[in-house]
Design a protein around this ligand. Structure first.
Ligand SMILES: N[C@@H](CCC(=O)N[C@@H](CS)C(=O)NCC(=O)O)C(=O)O
Length: 214
C-alpha cells in the first residue's frame, strides 16, 4: 500500500484525516497542496473536479472526502479498524456523530471563516448569522450528548472524534464555547491533548497567521 495525502496543514478537513493517520502510525507521503497556486489547483482539479481537500491517493486510486478516506483506511488497514466499530449499532452511532460534526459544526464554522475572506462588499451577514445560530444549537446538543461519555460516540475514540476535533477547534475560535458548555469545553481540551491532534496543531502553527481574525 502506497498512500499519498494531498492536504494543507491549516485546512480543517485535512486535520480529520491526519488525526487518523497519526493515531495509527500509518506511513504516507505528504503532498502539501497550495490551492492559491494555479498550477497546483489545476492538477488537483484534474484528480477531483470538486477541488476540495483532503484527497488520498492509494496505489493510484483517488479517494476523496474525509469521511470516505477514514472509512477506506478503516477497511483496508487492520490497525485503523478502530475508526469504525464493527458492531452495526455502534457503527451507526459513530457515523451519526461524524455526520453531525461535519454538517452542523464544521459547515457553519467554515461559513463564518470563509465569509471573512470575502471582499467587504460581498459579505453575507444573513448567512453568517444563520451559521452562528446553527452553531448555538449544535453546542447545546454536544453539551447534552457528552453527559457520561468521554468521546463523541461513547467510551472509544473513533472517526467521530477525528471529525469533532478540527470542527470544534476552529468553531471555538470564531464562536467561543464560553462558560455555558463545560462538557464541550472539556471534550475539546481532551481532543487537543490527544497526541495525534496535538501533533496536527503543532504542524499547523506556522500557518496560523493566515487564519482570518475578523
Ligand atoms: N466534504 C469535504 C469538505 C472538504 C473541504 O471543505 N475542504 C476545504 C479545506 S478544509 C477546501 O478544500 N477548501 C478549498 C476550497 O474550497 O477552495 C470533506 O469532508 O473532505
Amino acid at each position: 500500500m502506497t498512500l499519498e495525502l494531498h492536504f494543507h496543514p491549516l485546512a480543517s478537513y485535512c486535520h480529520k484525516v491526519l488525526i487518523a493517520l497519526y493515531e495509527s502510525e500509518i506511513a504516507f507521503t505528504p503532498r502539501l497542496l497550495d490551492l492559491a497556486d494555479p498550477a497546483a489547483a489545476a492538477a488537483h482539479v484534474a484528480l477531483w473536479p470538486v477541488g476540495k481537500m483532503p484527497l488520498l491517493v492509494d496505489a493510484g486510486r483517488v479517494v476523496p472526502e474525509s469521511t470516505i478516506i477514514l472509512e477506506h483506511l478503516a477497511t483496508t488497514i487492520p490497525r485503523a479498524s478502530w475508526l469504525l466499530p464493527a458492531e452495526p449499532e455502534a457503527a451507526l452511532e459513530t457515523r451519526l456523530r461524524d455526520r453531525f460534526f461535519d454538517l452542523y459544526v464544521h459547515t457553519p464554522m467554515q461559513k463564518i471563516v470563509t465569509d471573512r475572506l470575502r471582499p467587504a462588499s460581498s459579505r453575507d451577514p444573513y448567512g453568517v448569522d444563520e451559521a452562528r445560530k446553527q452553531l448555538g444549537v449544535a453546542y447545546a446538543m454536544i453539551e447534552r450528548d457528552l453527559a457520561g461519555r468521554s468521546w463523541a460516540a461513547g467510551e472509544r475514540f473513533t472517526m467521530a472524534d477525528c471529525a469533532a476535533a478540527p470542527a470544534l477547534f476552529y468553531a471555538d475560535l470564531v464562536a467561543p464555547l464560553g462558560g455555558d458548555h463545560p462538557r464541550a469545553r472539556e471534550y475539546l481540551e481532551r481532543l487537543k491533548g490527544r497526541p495525534s491532534y496535538a501533533r496536527v496543531l503543532r504542524e499547523a502553527e506556522p500557518y496560523f497567521g493566515h487564519f482570518p481574525k475578523e
